[in-house]
Design a protein around this ligand. Sequence first.
Ligand code: NDP
Ligand code: OXD
Length: 316
Amino acid sequence: MQPAVAVIVNGSDAEEWLGRFRAAAPRWDIRAWPDSLGERDAIRYACVWRAPHGMLATLPKLAAVFNLGAGVDHLLDDPALPDVPIARAVHPDLTMRMTEYVVLHTLLHHRGQRRYDAQQREAVWKGHPQPAASAVTVGVMGLGAIGGEIAAVLRRIGFRVTGWSRSPRDLADVACFHGSEGLDAFLRETEILVCVLPATATTRGVLNLPLFRRLRRDGPLGGAYLVNAGRGALQVDGDILAALGEGSLAGASLDVFPTEPLPPDSALWRHPAVTVTPHNAGDLDPNVLVTEVVAQIERMERGLPLQHTVDRAAGY
Ligand code: NDP
Ligand code: OXD
């Protein structure tokens, strides 16, 4: 018997996701929300992205949920979320794309590219002193599947790299800090702050003005920079603008925002030291994710344990 799988994607690309699942598992009974869920008693697996809250509770035989992304904040916020295992997206393709984004924006700040862009508009030919990467400390908040690789690649480029996580981590050539007790020492040295934390009850709003004021401003870069590709809920937009205004931050690259799409009247759009991208740092190839989810369902059908499961109590 072939498993019945519901594809519940809340977005304009829902049809494409359905097509990908049907192509990857042509013999399975694959149904789509909202139009073709059919008899809900039969559905064993749900593959979701931003599923409407309460929706999964209407599937009484659900055995597992597959989140079509790495961040499970929207899913765990569902007050009626059934008590079944949840697997999230962990894939080298996703990790590499996030790493590309962070490397691009770390180097953008390190090399002062925004200043050269402004000079180019005025046809100004003028170089500025450039510290070596080995003199600059990049601090990575979140040392999981994505942050761990980011830290390793930044090390290979030559930066001094530190990291911060919830529990102790041991990464080659990376000074690792953890917990609230390690945060101050982590921030004190950090000139470029990279955030790839999940949004949880304890991390929401962590990127705020008091935190920015604890970053290093008198280092070789002459200011502190923020790169946030984690979640918008981690950052306080008004505090980023205030930090830029008072000089606690010299620049920021933001892929995520508390309100998405970023409202047209947000001052972040027009701030000369801010680079905005539309939450696409980790825009992975959807087919690799579908292949991975199909393999996970096959594993479960064979009685094998799920991989990349979410710790609901920790929130990620
Ligand atoms: P992981 O779960 O593998 O890693 C999360 C890391 O954050 C871990 O190191 C964890 O600590 C740390 N962490 C969690 N809570 C805290 C806390 N309270 N204090 C300190 N550290 C904490 O996640 P991934 O690396 O796979 O993904 C990270 C996030 O990136 C996702 O949750 C998602 O929000 C975001 N993302 C954004 C994308 C985009 O397009 N912008 C695309 C993909 C992901 P510990 O090591 O102790 O567990
Ligand atoms: C994710 C995302 O969490 O795309 O995977 O933001």
